[in-house]
Design a protein around this ligand. Structure first.
Ligand code: UT7
Length: 323
């Protein structure tokens, strides 16, 4: 049993905050931010539920399926709109979904955790899942702290996933957590993000490379066979270091962080959708998603891309889907 991707969608708030905007209130510069992180601007505003619903709605439209055909909503977020109920309840209501729903917090690895959770549920009887990563990190950012304020942004990204007999599109994965490192990146309830940037950077490169390698090994795939790397969008230097150590050309990485900043759970689906919409993938291409985040969590997933609108989808010889 496996899963396949039926549709994808993204959402970003309208308000753009450029590095020049931040120069006006912080002791920083566009040059420093671009040089040290690769970020040029970020989007800010709306609620996590609104961004999640907007991305989810587009993914449903792209998939061509009714909201009422969704059995389960998984919302990966570290910035729920309130403690109780889960933000997925508001998204479920806004979209008119059927079935269950829950929030998942694995920090910036959340979308990969959600993908693996969805895969397991689709393999055991759930027919269709809407998986969303959405964040409003601007609400937990200390806008007077130059160490963190220049890095984060808001956004959402979603996939519609469907059960298929046979292997499907998720070929291998790796998830991990090192709770010893939980204090290097954290926010208390009601507080703002506190981060030891250098320590996160060092560990991030290591865990991403190790996790990606384990995933490739499990699928018996070589790094040079990867057509598209979809890394967590935290820092261009982390992505480049990971590419170099893995032996994946830097040009093969999907990058949106220059326009979005670090959007935590939303960053991998934003980068993935951007690569699909830019025509970077052909049927059969191998895609490696890999993320890391507070906890410290990490997660990688190896997928075989298949355009849902063309060709033969894994598990369905005629490429059909039921609705
Ligand atoms: O989703 C996971 C979230 N987090 C991450 O992935 C973050 C990982 N870490 C990083 O991306 C990088 O460590 C940063 C971008 C946060 C910082 O880059 P860095 O090259 O590691 O800089 P640094 O922390 O070593 O700081 C270098 C200097 C320091 O000044 P001194 O001590 O050398 O005088 C900082 O105070 O840069 C200073 N600095 C800044 N200067 C201008 C720190 N932030 C800024 C800033 N503008 N915004």
């Amino acid at each position: 049993m496996g899963m396949r991707i039926l549709g994808w969608g993204t959402a970003l708030p309208d308000k753009v905050v450029t590095n020049e905007d931040l120069e006006r209130t912080l002791d920083t510069s566009d040059e420093w931010i671009v040089d040290r992180s690769g970020i040029r601007e970020r989007r800010i505003g709306e609620s996590t539920a609104a961004l999640a619903a907007a991305a989810g709605r587009k993914a449903l439209e792209r998939a061509g399926v009714e909201a009422s055909s969704i059995d389960l909503l998984i919302l990966a977020t570290t910035t729920p709109d309130q403690t109780v109920p889960a933000t997925s309840a508001a998204v479920h209501r806004a979209l008119g979904l059927a079935g269950g729903g829950f929030d998942l917090n694995a920090a910036c690895s959340g979308f990969v955790y959600g993908l693996v959770a969805a895969h397991g549920l689709l393999a055991t009887g759930t027919r269709r899942v809407l998986l969303v990563g959405a964040e409003t990190l601007s609400r937990i950012t200390d806008w007077s702290d130059r160490n963190t304020a220049v890095l984060f942004g808001d956004g959402g990204g979603a996939l519609v996933l469907e059960h298929v007999p046979g292997e499907g599109q998720l070929l291998a994965f790796d998830l991990g957590l090192d709770g010893e490192a939980r204090e290097i990146l954290m926010a208390d309830v009601g507080g703002t993000i506190q981060m030891d940037g250098r320590e996160v950077f060092k560990r991030a490169v290591r865990v991403v490379v190790e996790s990606a390698k384990r995933t490739l090994d499990r699928a018996k795939v070589r790094a040079d066979e990867i057509k598209l790397l979809v890394p967590h969008q935290a820092n261009i230097r982390i992505i480049q270091a990971a590419c170099d150590r893995l032996g994946i050309d830097r040009e093969r990485a999907a990058i949106v962080l220059d326009r979005t900043g670090n959007t935590s759970s939303a960053s991998i689906p934003l980068a993935f959708a951007d690569a699909i919409d830019s025509g970077r993938l052909e049927d059969g291409d191998l895609v490696l998603m890999t993320g890391f985040g507070a906890g410290m969590t990490w997660g990688s997933a190896l997928l075989r891309w298949q355009d849902p609108g063309t060709g033969t989808l894994p598990g369905r010889e005629d490429g059909s889907h039921d609705d």
